[in-house]
Every structure is written in C-alpha cells, then in structure tokens.
Design a protein around this ligand. Structure first.
Ligand code: GDP
Ligand code: MG
Length: 347
C-alpha cells in the first residue's frame, strides 16, 4: 500500500516529500525529477501516551510509503506513458495544488489545477472503458452484464465526472478492480499555500470542488513544513505558535493519507516495545496478527483486546481486566482502530 504525491510540475511535490521524509537533497526546485520513494512514520499521540506509561526500550510508530510522482509540465498536455505508469502503481493520490505565486509572479489557481488534473484521470478511464466496449461489440457481446455495467459508468465519465464520486456495491467494486481505474482511487487534495497562509483553511471553492469529486481536502505550506523539520525540537513550539499552528501540518497530513489508504492501527504494549501496527480497516484478528509474524496468523487461538480509551481511563491492564474491559475475542473479531492486542497462538 502506498500513496503518491501527484500533481503538476512546480506545485511543490518534492518540497513536501522532502519535508515528510526529512530529506534535504537537491530534489526540490527541479520541477520534473525522478521518482522518489520513502517510508514515513505516522505520528500518533496515542503511541506517545502508551510509551509514557510503559517506558519501553523501543517505541515504534506505524509507517506508510509515499512516492513522489513527477507530474505533467502543464495543463492540457495530457498524461504521458511514464506518468501513467507511475500513477497506476500507487493505491491513492495526494494531489498537490499550487496555491503560492509562481516564480514568474503568475497567480495560483488551485481550483483550476484540481479540475484539470482530475479531468486527465477521468479521460484516461473513459478511454479504457471505450476500448473495452469496442472490443465487446466486435466479439458480439453486447448483451453481457459487463457491457451494461461499462455503459453505465461511461455516462458520467463522458461528463467529466470521476468514478470516485459514484456509489458502487462490493460486487461492482470487485468486478471493476482489474481495470485499475485512476479516477476511482481515493483522492486527498493538498492545497500548497503561500507562507502567509500556512495556517489558513483551504479556499472554499477548492473545498467545494473536492467534495463534488468525492475527495478530501487540507491545506499546508510545504516550505514551512520543510523549515519546521530543520528546527531544533526545542524551537519548534514557538515557531509553530508564531504561525498559528498547533502542530506541524505534516502530522495532520500523514494521518489523513493513512486513512486515505484505509489503514488503521492496533497497538502492542510492554516493557520491551510499544508499537503501532498498520492493518486494513475490516481486517479480522488472525490477519492482524499475521502482520507481526505469519506463525501468529497460522496458529491463531485468540486475541485479548482492550480499547485504547478504556485502558487510558482505567490506567492498567489489571483494572481493565477487573472492570471487564479486557475481552477475549476469536477468529471472527474485526480489529478496531486503537485496539491494544495480545495474541495467543500455537504452531
Ligand atoms: N512560496 C512557496 N514556494 C514553494 C512552496 N512549495 C514549493 N515551493 C517552491 O516551488 C518550486 C517547485 O517546487 P518543487 O517541490 O520542486 O515542485 P514539484 O515540481 O511539484 O516537485 C520550488 O522553487 C519550491 O521552492 C511553498 O509552500 N511556498
Ligand atoms: Mg518534483
């Protein structure tokens, strides 16, 4: 599972990528560059709290992978084969929009960039659908379920509506999966603001357009995020306060991107290690256990479960047990975000 930082050249993708990874290499400013890939820790105040309670030898945050995908140079140039390949390889898009004045003084138009970029994705999918329909017609398969289904989704695509905005049943989702539609992938719109607007909400027209396109939106200033990363941790709070920020926007962005990939965390705790484990929302206990080791999935017997808020309210595992807040769950249990788990297994 990985998220791609996508968008037009010079929107600030590489600046944001470097701010996220803490890299300061000369990637930014180059406009079009090679693909960068990095694993990034997802900040989680619950892990900080648990680590404060257990004082473990090691604290491990969940990680997620990001790709800095070089984008097309300008609008209307279309997505070239290389960009398409790079886009097809990521599971969700974080679309970076330029909302700061360009080096040549050109005013930003993030709402336009959003419409243009999503139009590229939509057009790509429309071509995929048309090609397949053509083929089915040539083969004399007009009457098939697939044909009708594709015709149904062609109509909104022709109007420039992304597939992400459509409600599909689980069966439809499964049937369509192999097409790899780009306009169906989860989208987080990242308004890359000017320094003065580092703490401002996204422009209302962008928020409205994102909503209509089935996307979420947030605003940050990639340059400011890069600066925060370079500061001494002791100096950060004052700098953040001077900008009107409660925490680096990086933390907010990473949590949103994590959720965009449909990832949630469960925790394991103890004197050795406090750790967050990323799993897919909806995963059952054995699969979640398999994140730690395949033996735990194969030999899964049961899971002891405490919900994070219960544990924090009661303060200890023994009190949680005493109050009936430590539950024993079997194979069918769907793990919830923030569960503190202990697995019993035998191989
Ligand atoms: N003022 C301002 N400039 C930025 C910001 N983010 C990026 N830039 C500048 O915009 C230019 C393009 O950035 P870059 O990260 O290379 O864009 P990319 O082509 O999308 O990877 C560089 O000169 C950056 O320093 C920002 O938040 N504010
Ligand atoms: Mg770049």
């Amino acid at each position: 599972m990985k998220a791609g930082l996508v968008g037009y050249a010079r929107s600030g993708k590489t600046t944001l990528f470097n701010a996220l990874t803490g890299l300061h290499k000369g990637g930014a400013g180059g406009g079009r560059a090679q693909v960068n890939l990095g694993a990034i820790k997802v900040p989680d105040p619950r892990i900080d709290t648990l680590s404060g309670i257990f004082k473990p030898k090691k604290t491990t945050y969940a990680e997620m992978r990001f790709v800095d995908v070089p984008g097309p140079a300008g609008k209307g140039t279309g997505l070239d084969a290389e960009s398409l390949r790079a886009l097809a390889e990521v599971d969700a898009f974080c679309l970076v929009l330029r909302a700061f004045p360009g080096e040549d003084g050109s005013p930003p138009d993030p709402a336009r960039e959003l419409a243009d970029f999503d139009a590229e994705l939509t057009l790509h999918d429309q071509e995929v659908v048309e090609k397949r329909l053509d083929r089915l017609r040539k083969e004399g398969n007009r009457g098939t379920g697939e044909y009708h289904e594709l015709e149904r989704i062609l109509a909104p695509l022709e109007k420039g509506q992304p597939l992400r905005a459509m409600g599909w049943s689980d069966a439809e989702e499964k049937e369509m999966a192999h097409f790899g539609f780009l306009s169906r992938r989860p989208l987080l719109v990242v308004v890359n603001a000017a320094e003065e607007a580092a703490a401002a909400p996204p422009p209302p027209e962008v928020t409205a357009a994102a909503g209509a396109r089935g996307a979420q939106v947030l605003s940050l200033c990639a340059r400011v995020e890069a600066e925060i990363g370079e500061l001494d941790p002791a100096e950060q709070p004052e700098f953040l306060a001077s900008l009107g920020l409660a925490e680096p926007a990086r933390a907010r962005f990473l949590r949103a991107a994590y959720a965009l990939l449909d990832l949630i965390s469960y925790f394991t705790v103890g004197e050795d290690e406090v750790r967050a484990w990323p799993i897919r929302r909806g995963d059952r206990a054995p699969r979640a256990a398999g994140r730690i080791h395949s033996d735990l999935e194969r030999g899964f017997i049961r899971a002891e479960v405490m919900h994070y808020p219960d544990f924090i309210a009661l303060g200890s595992e023994s009190r949680a047990r005493h109050e009936g807040k430590l539950k024993v769950e079997g194979k069918e249990y769907v793990v919830q975000d923030g569960d503190i788990l202990n697995f019993r297994f035998a191989v």
